[in-house]
Design a protein around this ligand. Structure first.
Ligand SMILES: Nc1ncnc2c1ncn2[C@@H]1O[C@H](COP(=O)(O)OP(=O)(O)OP(=O)(O)O)[C@@H](O)[C@H]1O
Length: 524
C-alpha cells in the first residue's frame, strides 16, 4: 500500500505528465520539460536540443538556430556522440570549447557554475529519437543529479512522452503526406482517364494536342464558360462536344448553333425561343436553344458574328442564369455551360466596336487556343490512318493503306483548312484508291501535290477566293477550277513561260500545254 504522501506525489507527477504533453509536439514537450526542471531545481540556465531526421543537426526547434552534431567545439556533440553525460565547470567550458554560438549562449553565466550535458534517448520499438539536455547553475544544485530518483524518473518520463509524441507526430505527417499524394494521384488519375477518353475522339499525340486534352479534362470538371479560338477546321466543335462528353453534364443535352449561319433576325428567336403570338406567324410557342440546353452545354459557334444587341442579352443570361422568351412575360431559369468558338480574333472585333469586351471576358473564363495542323505535323500520319479507317467503315470498303510517297506529300502540305481539309482529302483519295491498295500521290487531289496560293511571292495577284472544302458541291468542277487557278498563277509568275511553269509544277511541257487547251487558259 502506498502511503498518502506517495499517492499525492504520484498524482502530482501525473498532473505534471499531462501538462507536459499538452503542447502535442515533441518540441513543445521538450520546452515544457526544461521549464519544469529549471523551476524544480532552481536552475538559471538550460537547453534541450533534439537531433533532426537527417541525424546531422541539433536544435531546440525546427526553426531555431542549429548546431552540427559532428562539431566537437561544442559540448553537445561530445555527449550525443559518446552517449554519455558530461559535466564540467563553465570556466573550463569557456577555455576548452570555442564554438561561437555555444560561447555566446553561456556568455552571461558565472565562471564557477557547472555545466551538465546529458544525452537523451527516446525509444519506441523500432525508432529512436536523440537529443541532449544541458543544464547550468551552482554546482550544489547539479551535483549527483543522475543519482536522484526523482530526476531519473523525470528524465525517463520525458523520453517516454517524447517517443510517444514523436511517433504520433511522424504518423500524422506521414498520413498527411499520404493523403495529399493520394488526392493528387486520384486527381491526376481522374484527369488522365478523362484525357484518355478525350483521346478517342480528339486524335493526335503531339505535345500540343496532349496539352489541349489535359486542359479539356481540367475544365470539363468545372462550370466555367469556355472560349475556343482556332482556325477553321481545327476541331472547335469536336472539342466542345468532348468537353460536354466528359463533364458531369454529359447526361444532359448538347445544343449547338452557328451564329454566322443564321440570319440576324432569326438568331434571337432560335436562342431564346418564343411564346405563341410573339410575332406574326408564331402560332405555337417554341422553346429556344437556351431552354433546350438546360442541364447541359450550349455551343455557340462563330460567336464573333453575333449581333451586338444579342450580345447584351446573352451577357445578361450568363450573369443572371435567367432569360425571357420572345413575347413572354416571365423569366425562366437556365443552368447550362456555355462553350463559344471563334476563328476570328475577338480582340480585333472589340477594337472595331463589333464585339462587347464585357461579354468577351465572361465567355473567356477558360480560354483555349486550338493548334493549327501545320503546328503539329507529327499528327498527320495518325490522323490520316484514322480517317482512312473511318472511310472504309462508313463506305463498307475493304482495307486501304497509305503509301509512303503519299504520306510525304501530305506531310509537306500547309493545310489552311486544317484537320477538316485533311479529312476531305483522305476521303477523296480513298474514293480514288481500289480496295486492298495503298493511296498513291496521284490519288490525292491536286492541291496535295504541293504549292498553293500561299506560295505566291508578295505582291503577286491572288486568284478569286476558292470555295472552302465544306462549300464544294461539285468535286470535279472544284478540282478543275483549282487546277486552272494554279496553272494561271504559275504562268503569271513565269511571265507566260510554259517551260518554266511546267517545270515548277513537275509536269512535262506537253502535258501543261494540253491542260491549258483543256481548261481554255491563254497564257498572258
Ligand atoms: N484532333 C482531331 N481528331 C480527329 N478529328 C478531328 C480533330 N480535329 C478536327 N477533326 C475533324 O475535323 C473536322 C472539322 O472539325 P470541327 O468542325 O470541329 O472544326 P471547327 O474548328 O469547328 O471548324 P470551323 O471553324 O470551320 O467551324 C471534323 O470532321 C472533325 O471531326
Amino acid at each position: 500500500m502506498h502511503d498518502r504522501g506517495e499517492a499525492a506525489r504520484a498524482l502530482a507527477g501525473m498532473a505534471e505528465a499531462l501538462r507536459l504533453v499538452e503542447g502535442r509536439s515533441p518540441a513543445e514537450l521538450r520546452r515544457r520539460a526544461l521549464a519544469l526542471l529549471r523551476e524544480g531545481l532552481a536552475l538559471p540556465w538550460g537547453r534541450c536540443l533534439a537531433l533532426d531526421a537527417s541525424g546531422r543537426w541539433l536544435a531546440e526547434d525546427a526553426d531555431q538556430a542549429r548546431l552540427a552534431c559532428d562539431d566537437f567545439r561544442h559540448p553537445y556533440a561530445h555527449a550525443i556522440r559518446r552517449g554519455e553525460p558530461l559535466s564540467l565547470a563553465l570556466g573550463e567550458a569557456r577555455s576548452r570549447l570555442d564554438h561561437e554560438a555555444f560561447q555566446a549562449s553561456i556568455a552571461g553565466l558565472a565562471h564557477d557554475w557547472r555545466l551538465v550535458v546529458r544525452p537523451l534517448r527516446a525509444r519506441d520499438g523500432r525508432r529512436e529519437w536523440l537529443g541532449v539536455l544541458a543544464l547550468a547553475g551552482p554546482a550544489e544544485r547539479l551535483e549527483a543529479l543522475a543519482e536522484r530518483d526523482d530526476y531519473r524518473a523525470f528524465e525517463a518520463l520525458l523520453c517516454h512522452l517524447w517517443a510517444w509524441l514523436a511517433r504520433q507526430h511522424d504518423e500524422r505527417r506521414d498520413q498527411a503526406r499520404l493523403r495529399d499524394s493520394l488526392a493528387e494521384l486520384n486527381d491526376g488519375a481522374r484527369r488522365r482517364t478523362l484525357s484518355e477518353r478525350l483521346g478517342r475522339e480528339i486524335l493526335g499525340a503531339s505535345p500540343a494536342i496532349r496539352a489541349l486534352r489535359d486542359q479539356l479534362a481540367r475544365v470539363a470538371e468545372t462550370h466555367l464558360a469556355v472560349l475556343l479560338q482556332g482556325e477553321t477546321g481545327t476541331g472547335k466543335e469536336l472539342v466542345a462536344r468532348g468537353i460536354h462528353g466528359v463533364s458531369p453534364r454529359a447526361e444532359g443535352p448538347f445544343m449547338a448553333i452557328n451564329c454566322a449561319a443564321i440570319p440576324e433576325s432569326l438568331l434571337e428567336a432560335e436562342l431564346f425561343g418564343h411564346v405563341r403570338g410573339a410575332f406574326s406567324g408564331a402560332e405555337r410557342s417554341r422553346e429556344g436553344l437556351l431552354g433546350q440546353a438546360d442541364g447541359g452545354t450550349l455551343f455557340l459557334d462563330e460567336i464573333g458574328d453575333m449581333p451586338l444587341a444579342l450580345q447584351a442579352k446573352l451577357l445578361r443570361v450568363l450573369e443572371s442564369g435567367r432569360y425571357r422568351p420572345l413575347g413572354g412575360n416571365e423569366e425562366r431559369r437556365v443552368d447550362l455551360r456555355l462553350v463559344a468558338a471563334t476563328h476570328q480574333p475577338l480582340h480585333r472585333r472589340i477594337r472595331e466596336g463589333a464585339f462587347r469586351a464585357d461579354l468577351y471576358y465572361r465567355l473567356g473564363q477558360f480560354p483555349l487556343t486550338l493548334p493549327a495542323l501545320r503546328e503539329r505535323r507529327e499528327d498527320i500520319p495518325a490522323l490520316a490512318e484514322a480517317f482512312i479507317a473511318d472511310f472504309c467503315r462508313r463506305e463498307g470498303r475493304g482495307d486501304i493503306g497509305l503509301g509512303r510517297a503519299a504520306l510525304r506529300v501530305l506531310a509537306a502540305r500547309d493545310f489552311p483548312g486544317n484537320v477538316r481539309e485533311l479529312r476531305n482529302l483522305i476521303d477523296y483519295a480513298c474514293a480514288m484508291t481500289p480496295e486492298g491498295e495503298d493511296i498513291q500521290p496521284e490519288a490525292l487531289p491536286p492541291e496535295a501535290a504541293g504549292g498553293g496560293a500561299e506560295d505566291l511571292p508578295a505582291g503577286e495577284e491572288q486568284a478569286p477566293r476558292r470555295p472552302g472544302p465544306e462549300e464544294v458541291v461539285d468535286l470535279r468542277r472544284a478540282l478543275r477550277d483549282y487546277e486552272a487557278t494554279l496553272i494561271q498563277q504559275r504562268l503569271a509568275r513565269y511571265d507566260g513561260n510554259r517551260t518554266l511553269a511546267a517545270e515548277s509544277l513537275g509536269l512535262p511541257k506537253r502535258t501543261l500545254a494540253h491542260k491549258c487547251r483543256q481548261l481554255q487558259l491563254d497564257s498572258p
